[in-house]
Write a protein that binds this ligand. Structure first.
Ligand SMILES: C[S@@+](CC[C@H](N)C(=O)[O-])C[C@H]1O[C@@H](n2cnc3c(N)ncnc32)[C@H](O)[C@@H]1O
Length: 302
């Protein structure tokens, strides 16, 4: 089987500008993925400093470790959910860091692998676990939740206006046999609401897949928890950068940063989210929906 290509990191220059990693800094990459951003950060903090790289996905961590082996003295890797970043940092004996990056969602390495079941364009098992060591798969939600629960997930996390109709079609179909594959689910959605999407660029299953993925992996809860914890580790002058890929994530970040500012913790560095430049979206279409927001903790030293 063809190996999925490595993920191309988005807005690297912009991340470096706002994160401004310097020689000797301690930096948390809370979503290290294939290590693309981490590599650029390490080039700035070397020859000393520490980069802590967290990921929920062991196979991504393995790739990051291999990619960053030239910097291995500076790297600390953790297979963890970033909602537990406090435990990861404490275990490493770190009570303060200079900068933190969250590049949310999944990587193209994960999306392109049919065995992971994230994409309706690849025929694969309906899995969608960011951390494959967890036990519940997307197929469990799709085959077990009630119609109302499914409709709620698809509406709230997928922002799908035809959620009720899609949930009804899922429940109808699973009476015959369980829904097992990505292509199965995409077909059910397409038959249920395909006509409503006629003439649109968006595939009819896009929002349903997003909703199920977010619910299964508790993505929004994890982001909220991590944001509440991270400021406790950023000392005076600390920088926090978050890249989000859809409006639900971005809204949480926008509101959290406002809350931090109101609490007097520091300043929002991006009055509006920063978007990738045209030449980046041309060469990496997946960067199109990316939005970068940055915050700096009060008392930054020059
Ligand atoms: C967009 S990719 C990051 C790509 C990375 N910046 C790079 O340059 O290769 C997002 C990564 O975050 C991980 N991830 C998502 N949510 C997570 C969470 N709650 N805790 C830890 N890792 C998470 C995913 O498994 C994925 O590898």
């Amino acid at each position: 089987m063809e190996k999925p290509a490595l993920h191309k990191p988005v807005m690297v220059d912009e991340v470096l500008e706002f994160l401004s990693p310097r020689r000797g800094d301690k930096v948390l990459d809370a979503t290290i993925g294939c290590g693309g951003h981490a590599e650029s950060i390490l080039q700035r903090i070397q020859p000393s400093g520490i980069l802590v790289g967290i990921d929920r996905d062991q196979s991504s961590l393995k790739i990051a470790k291999e990619r960053l082996k030239d910097f291995d003295k500076l790297c600390r890797f953790a297979h963890a959910n970033f909602s537990g970043l406090d435990a990861v940092l404490s275990d490493l004996g770190m009570d303060a860091i200079d900068a933190a990056l969250f590049d949310l969602g999944i990587s193209s390495f994960q999306l392109d692998d049919p065995l992971r079941g994230f994409s309706f364009e690849k025929d694969g098992v309906l899995d969608m676990r960011m951390d494959p060591s967890e036990s519940t798969r997307a197929s469990d939600l799709v085959n077990r939740l009630s119609r109302d629960e499914l409709a709620g997930i698809i509406r709230d996390f997928g922002e799908e206006r035809y959620a009720g109709r899609i949930a009804a079609a899922i429940v109808e179909r699973r009476k015959k046999e369980p829904i097992k594959t990505t292509v199965d689910l995409a077909g059910i959605v397409k038959r249920a609401v395909g006509r409503k999407y006629a003439g649109q660029r968006l595939h009819p299953a896009t929002r349903t897949f997003q909703g199920i993925r977010i619910a299964l992996n508790r993505e929004l809860e994890n982001i909220e928890t991590a944001m509440d914890k991270i400021t406790g580790f950023l000392g005076a002058g600390g920088r926090l950068c978050v890249i989000s890929f859809h409006s639900l994530e971005d809204r949480i970040i926008k509101n959290k940063f406002r809350e931090f500012e109101k609490m007097g913790l520091g300043n929002i560095m991006t009055k509006k989210p920063v978007r990738p430049a045209d030449n980046e979206t041309e060469t990496n279409p997946r960067s199109r929906s990316a939005k970068l927001r940055a915050f700096t903790v009060l008392g930054r030293q020059g």
